[in-house]
Design a protein around this ligand. Structure first.
Ligand SMILES: Cc1cc2nc3c(=O)[nH]c(=O)nc-3n(C[C@H](O)[C@H](O)[C@H](O)COP(=O)(O)OP(=O)(O)OC[C@H]3O[C@@H](n4cnc5c(N)ncnc54)[C@H](O)[C@@H]3O)c2cc1C
Length: 388
């Protein structure tokens, strides 16, 4: 039996603990926050995530509190349709990938994960400040002055990971040159939306607005405004104040539904968008990275949390696989299974940003041809299942 310390009770850490709930190994999750309150309203959950829900013990819970979005619409500034992709309409997505797409509240997902694990496995108020990563054992030093030892440390501590500094000497969170504003609104208050039960990207030059339904019966819309800029990010914080009228002015002349969406977004708070720089290895000694700590990415594929689930389930399978005897064998196997896929999604998410922000011109035609054929270009994202 191994003692496994998971640092971070976010999406990846909770998913790993869920997947290990029947394991012979002893798993403890350490979280810096003094309570688990999920930030951010909605989350899109594609088939490569929902196919893992049964194993994570949250399938029926998530089915009961999510909506199955009908389609994806890509629209130009004036609302004209540039491309479409069916989802639940005609049962297209389930037929294609075998599992549903869900629009859900992050808080529902977090609660389902916590209930599956059992709260006693989670230790709050434990902020990791240093990790001694020795050959046969790791020591975790907490901000409260205490320490713990473990046979394996799983770094699920997000994009600004502390565990990562024990795995890589150079990797860090790098500002992407993009920022976002977020909102949540009742669908009933957005009467100008042409397709309220669908996922819509309103695309323009250097910016786009996204809305998608979340929760049972499509009751709410998650709204995110994405913009190129600022060029640099000088702040320690993720979030900085912004001037709402300056943001609104950038959408003058757009379809009236966009004005209605913007009225529901907190335009006073700009979120910087970061991604993690590449690493030669995702593990060293007795520390291994999952989720944003390993491959923090732009959110344009809606794959950040889901790819942390893929990491978590893969690592859990490997930890429970008795034919891989040593930690070195196990962690090498995890890296083989996950690193190239994580990096591929990260790179692709970056490219999608540029593609959604094209200025008017012939490149938009080529882009729309790709968006009209998402199945051909992006099935690799949705049909993946952890192989080990
Ligand atoms: C605008 C936006 C929209 C998004 N939409 C989607 C979406 O629709 N679908 C999707 O799949 N993904 C989406 N994502 C991405 C997703 O939120 C992240 O990729 C996901 O949360 C990563 O999970 P994680 O467990 O690696 O990190 P996190 O969920 O960030 O969890 C890290 C945890 O570690 C804790 N922690 C940090 N440091 C320490 C420390 N030193 N000691 C102890 N604990 C620590 C934190 O408090 C936190 O609880 C979106 C992201 C953004 C910015």
């Amino acid at each position: 039996m191994a003692r496994i310390a998971v640092v971070g009770a976010g999406m990846g850490g909770l998913a790993f603990a869920c997947a290990m709930r029947a394991s012979q190994h002893e798993v403890t999750v350490y979280e810096q926050a003094n309570e688990l309150a999920e930030l951010g309203a909605g989350i899109s959950l594609w088939a490569n995530g929902t196919r893992l829900f049964e194993e994570m013990g949250i399938a029926s819970r998530m089915a009961a509190c999510s909506c199955e979005t009908e389609a994806v619409f890509f629209r130009n500034e004036d609302g004209s349709v540039a491309a479409t992709q069916l989802l639940a309409r005609n049962n297209w997505y389930r037929n294609k990938y075998g599992y549903p797409y869900y629009g859900a509240f992050r808080t529902d997902l977090q609660t389902a994960l916590l209930d599956a694990i059992g709260k006693e496995k989670i230790r709050l108020n434990k902020q990791l400040i240093q990790l001694d990563n020795a050959e046969n054992e790791a020591t975790l030093y907490w901000a409260d002055g205490t320490s713990d030892t473990a046979d394996l440390v799983v770094g699920a501590d997000g994009i600004k990971s502390v565990v990562r500094s024990a795995v890589s000497d150079s990797a860090r969170a790098v500002f992407t040159g993009n920022s976002a504003f977020r909102g949540l609104a009742k669908t009933a208050d957005l009467n100008l939306l042409p397709e309220p039960n669908s996922f819509t990207d309103w695309m323009g030059d250097g910016q786009h607005v996204l809305n998608f339904p979340v929760g049972k019966d499509f009751e709410y819309q998650t709204i995110v405004v994405f913009m190129d800029g600022p060029e640099t990010w000088q702040h320690e914080s993720w979030r900085v104040p912004a001037e709402p009228s300056a943001i609104r002015d950038k959408f003058t002349g757009w379809h009236p539904a966009v004005g209605q969406l913007l009225a529901q977004v907190n335009l006073r708070e700009r979120w910087g968008m970061f991604q993690v720089s590449p690493m030669s290895s995702w593990y060293r000694g007795r520390a291994v990275l999952i989720g944003d700590a390993a491959h923090g990415m732009m959110p344009h594929h809606g794959q950040g949390a889901i790819s942390s689930f893929e990491d978590a389930i893969t690592l859990a399978h490997i930890m429970n696989n008795a034919s891989l005897a040593t930690f070195d064998e196990k962690l090498a196997c995890y890296q083989r299974e996950r690193k190239s896929r994580g990096e591929r999604i990260q790179l692709s998410s970056r490219r999608v940003n540029d593609c959604l922000h094209l200025p008017p011109g012939p490149e938009r035609e080529q882009r729309n041809a790709v968006l009209n054929n998402l199945e051909q270009h992006y099935s690799w994202l949705h049909c993946y299942a952890p192989g080990v």
